[in-house]
Design a protein around this ligand. Structure first.
Ligand code: PA5
Length: 436
């Protein structure tokens, strides 16, 4: 049994049991297509059985590198964008303490922004620290990442000289020849390879995500064991009564067919913040193509209830919500009693924050449903690497199946590639031919 509960009760007025049952046969066929590599995009299915095919020697090698890095640095800069960055950021922010409490290196991100002030602040911050850098780009050609790496390389070489910098820079890239692995071979950087058959947004459990995640102190074996459990449970059956990833996918598909074009993923637990960002990228790039696809959005509650909440309750009726919740916080906090009760809160004294959060979830979900917004709920058992490994894999299966249900290839990203090309043309990159 996986650590993820799925509930579609609040979507029943919009998606009937019959709607779901009617899709069972199609889901069975699509599941077989996925498993037998007969479906769309089957050259990018390396993620499907990645947890069971990752050799323990790779995990051991990453753990060894992590120990070496920890010994020599207190600042680890992770350069990447999109799928080569968001998974690591999601895991690190979900599993790390909110305020620094450990001896693990601080992790800084770069390559996801072209903001000058960000880099000037980053370099100032890194000046007094011992720094290591990991650049992650499967194609090795992504502009933002290449620029950030050039900036960081120059910073490192000034700070440490060329030779020492070489020992502090790690490259993670695809196996095909590209400018990044050429540079890496030339300089003799340590190199990790992202498998060719795994696209960026499905790469969190490859070297792209695993090294930075390990540096933050997460136990990779727990993360991979969780993913493995989900892989086995979700491979075994496509029965919509048992395969909850597919049940979620079918609900999403039906809601979309009924005009609910936007999925607002919401949470009452702020450690999910970057998991939501990762999810939006996974879903948006996988499903939004050929004029189709749910538009994934996210908001954190209760903050969002005091801003977007109005629009959710009474705005255009083209959205559904998915609540991503934690069954239980790692530490319970109780509301203290106060003999004066001047703030009038004694009716909650002794109650845990989780209790208030649960009522806020139930109250919002009920109000939104009355307002015409159906919702689905995912509940993750705990804030642990083991549960998160399951969630990553679970959500990958969800988007693969939702994409297949709308007859799109969930594993390519022609729109992203088109935009990358246009930017290169505007920047006069020498090898880009002007087509318009
Ligand atoms: O999911 C994807 O494929 C994209 O978001 C890529 O990860 C992103 O564009 C970065 O690409 P690369 O890893 O080649 O630098």
């Amino acid at each position: 049994m996986i650590d993820i509960e799925f509930n579609d009760d609040r979507a029943k007025g919009f998606v009937s049991n019959q709607d779901i049952e009617t899709l069972q046969e199609r889901v069975d066929r699509l599941h077989d297509g996925l498993e037998n590599k007969m479906g769309l995009g089957n050259e990018h299915l390396g993620w499907l059985h990645l947890p069971s095919s990752t050799p323990s020697s790779l995990i051991d090698s990453i753990i060894t590198t992590q120990k070496e890095i920890r010994d020599k640095c207190d600042a680890f800069v992770c350069i990447g964008i999109g799928g080569s960055y968001m998974g690591a950021r999601a895991a690190i922010s979900f599993l790390s303490p909110f305020f620094k409490q450990s001896s693990n290196p601080d992790i800084y991100f770069a390559g996801h922004t072209m903001c000058s002030d960000y880099y000037s602040d980053l370099f100032r911050t890194l000046e007094d620290k011992e720094v290591c850098v990991n650049v992650i780009s499967k194609s090795g050609t992504t502009l933002e990442v290449a620029i950030a790496f050039r900036l960081l390389r120059s910073f490192m070489e000034k700070k440490y000289g060329k030779e020492e910098s070489r020992k502090r820079i790690i490259v993670t890239t695809g196996p095909e020849k590209n400018p990044l692995n050429s540079l890496s071979n030339e300089e003799g950087y340590k190199l990790y390879v992202i498998p060719e058959d795994i696209g960026g947004r499905f790469s969190v459990l490859t070297t792209a995500g695993l090294l930075p995640i390990a540096i933050s102190g997460v136990d990779l074996n727990n993360l991979m064991d969780g993913a493995l459990l989900a892989e086995s449970a979700l491979t075994k059956t496509s029965d919509l009564g048992q395969n909850l990833a597919y049940r979620y996918a079918v609900n999403r598909h039906c809601l979309y067919q009924k005009g609910k074009m936007i999925e607002l993923m919401t949470t009452f637990n702020c450690s999910f913040r970057f998991v939501l960002e990762w999810w939006k990228q996974l879903s948006g790039e996988s499903e939004g193509k050929e004029g189709k696809g749910i538009f994934p959005a996210s908001v954190q509650y209760p903050e969002g209830l005091h801003s977007l909440g109005q629009s959710v309750q009474e705005g255009a009726r083209n959205l559904f919500e998915t609540f991503l919740l934690l069954e239980k916080s790692s530490k319970a906090i109780k509301i203290p009693s106060d003999s004066d009760d001047l703030d009038g809160l004694n009716y909650l004294q002794g109650k845990e924050l989780d209790f208030v959060n649960e009522k806020a979830y139930k109250g919002s979900a009920a109000a939104h449903l009355e307002g015409g917004v159906p919702s689905l709920t995912l509940i993750l058992k705990e804030r642990s690497a083991y549960s998160l490994g399951q969630l990553f894999y679970f959500l990958e299966r969800v988007v693969a199946m939702t994409g297949y249900l709308s007859n799109v290839n969930p594993f390519d990203q022609p729109g992203v590639d088109q935009k990358k090309k246009k930017i290169f043309i505007l920047l006069n990159k020498p090898d880009q031919r002007k087509e318009d």
